[in-house]
Design a protein around this ligand. Structure first.
Ligand SMILES: [Zn+2]
Length: 708
């Protein structure tokens, strides 16, 4: 992390901030910025509305669970990479400066809302403040609009939303919402890790009466919302029905469905989306759009606890511990399984992740099934119709609340129209015959929403969301047969270079374009050189430089992160020898129904090597009482649950626990067989033959250069 504090700033830090601050003995490092962040009212106003760009409020961070939910890999890139970053080019600095006059930075409402109701956070003066650099003005290397979002997302602590409703924000990627019932607490979302969830609850209990958690609600099926559940409730209490655990329809299926198939690729792509390998700082990671990558508290993931109550109807009501909750299903919106929650007694609408302070993703870079923008918009419209007249506060499971009925209604309407506009205008242009790149170039913000901060693309963008809409309806193919059967990238790149007079000629011309600020083109054309000649240092360096400037220009954190990780890997390479992994995390695998476990195993079969082998096996899992018959034929592994195949060459009896440890390579099949934890009746060799066909996946496979 870079330290930009001048001697002058340090002198200012002598301001006896702790005299007024409820944050305790935490000096604000930069009084000038403090003044700016409090609408110019100066430090005294911070007594009423403290801002949290303060030392020691961003402590004890741990790497995010988001991508690690698929599999736990983090260290990919050489640690020395941060030395190689470059400053912003003059035209990039100028473009970023210009943003200051293009957007309504004088509108400070979000800063007021992000700090309203602040009670306390957990200070730890012994630890460095990773995000203190955000106290400053936006540097030339960060788009000021993103910088503003990064500042807002750095606020953290316990906040009162309204009587009986609190939020812990900034302790993990997502928010924990705590609703106070008559005798206990209803916790909406449990953060990414049990450690973060415990820290959040500890903070709450330090300032509010200690009551038992009587219910947990999962707003949706993404791990930053359920990962910490074991830090809040016990599996036994949920299983016994002592603690209610409510989830939207299809929750567990969605959890495993998104994480199990393609997990290794999603994790690797997620590193680009979230900027996981980047250093935190002005030339690195400043935010991820929805929040920070980090989680407080002890690291490590917990078990997924299955819900004991599921919302099945479009609208369902429950009364828990004296609190009425109206659930509105929003399936196939931001997540396959998601719901909005209205609390009529408090007039609070929790929109989960469907209306946050950003344009969200219709197709995240990590990879997912394309989300349905039309339905997403319809859900927000339905919420506006149903609750709009009554709601006084809008909260979400990321970012900060919006207060006041008029503002709540405007926010819902704006977000409704944002997703609808991207959807409809993409389809309109598609029907006019435009291709995905042309549509992405032509599509702009919905008219009248350009200055709505919450409509801006810090996570999704108008550009890549329009491509997602295109993909959802007509797929990857743009309809032009010239793109139907393109040469693979390396072959294509070599032919381009041959036609263009070789790499030296291409690089010389690209340098001119770089000087002229045509970074998009330079990135595109240097990609050809890198794929044709991956060891060409000049090409890698120029490609990295172009990525870097594009990252500095980006308003979207996802774009910035993707470009900067690309630059980093072009400069430093991907650490060789990154371990091979089976592509799914143990806790996710453990929660996966056996049929899907076999679907996952099918994706690990080396089809060509399997050849014409035909292996039919009956499986019995004594701990879960699951059984199935699997068939390997034509290189494809299929299965039918509950079946005993009469033509099976072997019957395998084991437990899920042992089976999972073997397929995750935590132990060998031979070892499990030797200890009779896997027993085989019939042809034992057929079982080991099947296992021998399963491949591992390389965690750090190349992305910005050809595969090895
Ligand atoms: Zn989330």
């Amino acid at each position: 992390m870079e330290n930009k504090f001048s001697a002058e700033d340090n002198a200012r830090s002598a301001v006896p901030w702790s005299k007024w601050s409820r944050l305790g003995k935490i000096p604000l490092r930069n009084a000038r910025v403090a003044q700016k962040m409090t609408n110019g009212r100066g430090p005294t106003s911070c007594m009423r509305r403290p801002t949290f760009m303060v030392t020691s409020v961003f402590l004890n961070w741990r790497p995010a669970r988001w991508t690690a939910c698929f599999i736990a890999i983090t260290t990919i890139v050489h640690p020395a990479q941060s030395q190689q970053t470059k400053p912003a080019e003059p035209n990039v600095a100028a473009a970023n400066r210009a943003v200051q006059s293009q957007l309504p930075f004088s509108d400070r409402q979000d800063f007021e809302d992000a700090t309203r109701g602040f009670i306390a956070t957990t200070p730890d003066p012994g630890n460095p403040d990773r995000y203190a650099f955000l106290e400053h003005e936006a540097p030339p290397t960060v788009n000021p609009s993103l910088w503003r979002q990064a500042q807002l997302n750095a606020t953290n602590g316990l906040f009162k939303v309204t009587d009986g409703i609190y939020q812990v924000r900034g302790f993990s990627q997502a928010n924990m919402t705590i609703v106070e019932g008559t005798t206990g607490l209803i916790v909406i979302d449990t953060l990414s890790t049990p450690g973060a969830a415990r820290e959040a609850l500890d903070l709450y209990f330090a300032h509010r009466p200690r009551k038992p958690v009587v219910a947990v609600i999962y707003s949706h099926s993404h791990p930053d919302h359920y990962g910490g559940v074991s830090g809040v409730v016990s599996q036994a209490d949920v299983a016994a029905g002592k603690t209610k655990l409510i989830a939207p329809a299809g929750f567990l299926e969605a959890v495993v469905g998104e994480a199990v198939i393609g997990g290794n690729a999603k994790t690797r792509r997620g590193q680009y989306q979230f900027g996981i390998p980047l250093p935190i700082g002005e030339r690195g990671n400043v935010d991820e759009g929805l929040g920070k990558n980090d989680s407080r508290g002890a690291s490590g993931f917990g078990a997924i606890i299955a819900p004991n109550d599921t919302i099945q109807q479009p609208m369902e009501t429950r009364t828990i511990d004296g609190v009425a909750l109206i659930f509105q299903l929003a399936l196939d919106s931001e997540a396959p399984s998601e719901m909005l929650i209205y609390l009529p007694q408090s007039h609070v609408l929790d929109v989960a992740e469907d209306a946050t302070h950003t344009l969200h993703n219709l197709l995240p870079f990590r990879g997912s099934v394309v989300r349905d923008a039309n339905r997403w918009s319809q859900y927000l419209n339905a919420a506006l119709e149903q609750f709009g007249a009554d709601a006084q506060v809008l909260i979400a499971q990321h970012h900060w609340p919006v207060w006041g009925n008029e503002r709540v209604r405007a926010r819902l309407a704006n977000q409704r129209d944002l997703y609808k506009y991207v959807h409809d205008q993409t389809i309109r242009m598609m029907n006019l015959g435009l291709g995905p790149t042309e549509i992405a170039e032509a599509l702009t913000m919905p008219p009248g929403l350009e200055n709505d901060w919450s409509a801006r693309g810090y996570y999704g963008t108008i550009s890549h969301n329009s491509k997602a809409v295109y993909q959802r309806y007509v797929g990857w193919y743009d309809g032009n047969p010239a793109t139907l059967n393109r040469l693979p990238r390396v072959e294509e790149a070599k032919k381009y270079l041959e036609y263009m007079g070789g790499s030296a000629a291409v690089i010389a011309r690209a340098r001119e374009d770089f000087k002229a600020g045509r970074y998009r083109w330079v990135a595109q054309v240097m990609d050809q050189v890198v794929f044709a000649e991956p060891s060409n240092k000049e090409a890698r360096s120029l490609a990295a430089d172009a990525f870097e400037q594009l990252g500095y220009l980006a308003e979207s954190a996802a774009w910035r992160n993707a470009y900067l990780v690309g630059a980093q890997e072009l400069r430093s390479g991907v650490r060789s020898g990154a371990r091979s992994v089976p592509g799914v995390s143990p806790d996710i695998l453990h929660a996966t129904p056996i049929a899907l476990v076999f679907d996952y195993l099918g994706t690990r079969v080396d089809g060509p090597r399997a050849g014409t082998a035909n292996i039919v096996i009956n499986w019995q899992f004594t701990d879960t009482r699951e059984s199935l018959a699997s068939t390997l034929e034509h290189g494809a592994l299929t299965s039918i649950t509950g079946k005993t195949a009469p033509n099976a060459v072997a019957t395998v009896t084991t437990t899920r626990t042992v089976f999972e440890s073997v397929i995750l390579r935590q132990r060998t099949l031979a070892d499990a067989m030797e200890h009779r934890e896997i027993t085989t009746l019939g042809d034992a060799k057929a079982v080991s033959d099947l296992f021998a066909l399963l491949v591992d996946f390389e965690a750090g496979f190349p992305v910005v250069e050809p595969g090895r």
